[in-house]
Design a protein around this ligand. Structure first.
Ligand code: EPU
Length: 431
């Protein structure tokens, strides 16, 4: 499937953001911890949700979807093995904890997902092992067991990995005893997971300095939970609003608290915004200026915001520097941007001051962007989900026609984004 985009249209009006992909998929896995029904509101209709439905169904979940409301119930674990499923996303490893809690054993496929770096899972595995899981890694799957059940433990993550933090929480809530998780990730999607689990009956405390305390309970119950809105959609639409000279877009449902660091960066570039009760309105200010920026774990500048902001920086006056410190290989989309007329060079040296794990390695993780450069419509192929959205934003601000192939990748994370953007005045045809 492809998009044919006529660029440089004036975009104006209101776009409502959907439920967060990276919170919704985890909420499905959390529901596996109980035999009661969980009802998830504000659930996005995206490809990654479908992939996660298949995973949960393989374990015995009954799932009903009515628009943005999903009900999921797993009365019993019919099978603790889902190794035959494809490796389309990175959620399956999170099911190990719930399956170990309910069945004492589990087998899930090794992970797939975007090609944005090596993406090892050593931190997940070592945390689960600390909780008493025995894990064997075969060519296609992770095979885990906890014959005597999981036990609380003191765990220090070597890096505040989002997935490993979620994995530890999901495994520890039904473990015997207390778990202290240090150097945990504290992204809004993790707080959303904690809120859902707390309402299911879990005991989870948030300490200062990235510490999470979990006291295992015997049983969790069903819940009705509203998924937070997607802060990546919010940032993408905000960058799109500011990148076009005449645009003014209200991003309905954008949550100020989740976007504090993003809004600071946007203001430094020259974007204007007004926070309202039900969303944030974005437009371009008097002129756009180059900035320097480093991605980081929350509350730093999120790695998934890096691509839309980089496109915006191609329209800013001067030389900008972006240092990506979360993934070693997340500038794959730059080649296409340069093909459209951008002037971006990627370097393996750390061009920033954060303590970066990629220092001294040969990963292309720093970008220097010289602007402003008008972009021209081109034929593009989507390399991964977030880069796909970057291609779409670039095509929307470019002069002329672009074709974007591999739209299925964009659909994995963004619900009918073409239809929603067309309502603002964009011209995107899906063929
Ligand atoms: N890492 C390890 N070992 C591990 C786990 C992670 O070395 O065991 C490294 C990774 O290789 C990476 C870094 O730690 O360099 C961060 O990975 P993290 O575990 O924090 O990320 P994740 O859980 O795999 C989630 C989102 C990503 C988002 C990151 C960072 C989901 C499904 N994915 O990934 O979102 O970029 O957190 O916020 O929640 C996306 O939505 O397109 C996406 C890639």
């Amino acid at each position: 499937m492809r998009f044919i985009v006529q660029g440089n249209k004036k975009l104006e009006g209101e776009i409502e953001i959907k439920g967060s992909k990276n919170a919704a998929t985890k909420a499905l896995v959390a529901s596996l911890l109980t035999d009661e029904e969980c009802v998830l509101e504000n659930f996005p209709q995206i490809g990654d949700a479908e992939i996660t439905f298949d995973l949960c169904r393989a374990f015995g979940s009954e799932i009903k979807q009515d628009g943005s409301i999903v009900s999921i119930k797993t009365p019993s674990i019919k099978s603790a093995t889902a190794s035959a499923l494809s490796r389309k996303n990175r959620i399956s490893i999170l099911a190990l904890g719930p399956l170990l809690a309910r069945e004492g054993k589990a087998e899930v496929p090794v992970l797939g997902g975007d090609k944005i770096g090596h993406r090892p899972v050593d931190i997940h595995l070592s945390a689960l092992k600390s909780l008493g899981a025995e894990i064997e890694v075969s060519e296609n799957s992770f095979i885990a067991s906890a014959v005597d059940g999981l036990r609380g433990a003191k765990i220090h993550l070597r890096y505040p990995s989002v997935g490993a933090t979620e994995n530890t929480i999901l495994a520890a809530v039904l473990a015997k005893g207390k778990t202290t998780l240090k150097n945990a990730a504290i992204e809004p999607e993790i707080i959303d997971l904690i809120k859902m689990l707390q309402n299911m009956g879990a005991i989870i405390g948030l300490g200062t300095d990235r510490t999470i305390y979990i006291e295992g309970v015997k049983k969790l119950k069903g819940v009705r939970h509203k998924i937070i809105t997607d802060r990546n959609e919010a940032a993408s639409f905000a960058c799109l609003a500011v990148a076009g000279v005449k645009n003014k877009i209200k991003v309905k449902g954008a949550i100020h608290e989740h976007l504090i660091t993003f809004l600071n960066a946007l203001r430094r570039v020259g974007g204007e915004y007004r926070v309202e009760d039900d969303g944030i309105v974005f437009w371009r200010g008097d002129g756009l200026s180059a900035i320097e920026l480093e991605t980081d774990t929350h509350p730093g500048f999120m790695t998934d915001w890096q691509q839309p902001l980089t496109i915006l920086l191609t329209q800013a006056n001067g030389v900008s520097v972006v240092h990506e410190t979360v993934y070693e290989n997340r500038f794959g989309y730059i080649e296409d941007l340069n093909f459209m007329g951008a002037n971006i060079k990627v370097f393996s040296k750390c061009l920033g001051e954060l303590n970066c794990r990629f220092n001294g390695e040969s990963y292309p993780h720093s970008a220097v962007i010289s602007g402003p450069t008008p972009l021209k419509g081109r034929s593009l192929k989507v390399p991964d989900l977030r880069a796909g959205m970057a291609h779409l934003i670039a095509a929307l601000i470019a002069e002329g026609e672009s074709t974007i192939d591999g739209v299925e990748e964009i659909d994995r994370g963004y619900e009918r984004v073409d239809e929603r953007l067309n309502k603002l005045g964009a011209d995107i045809k899906r063929v």
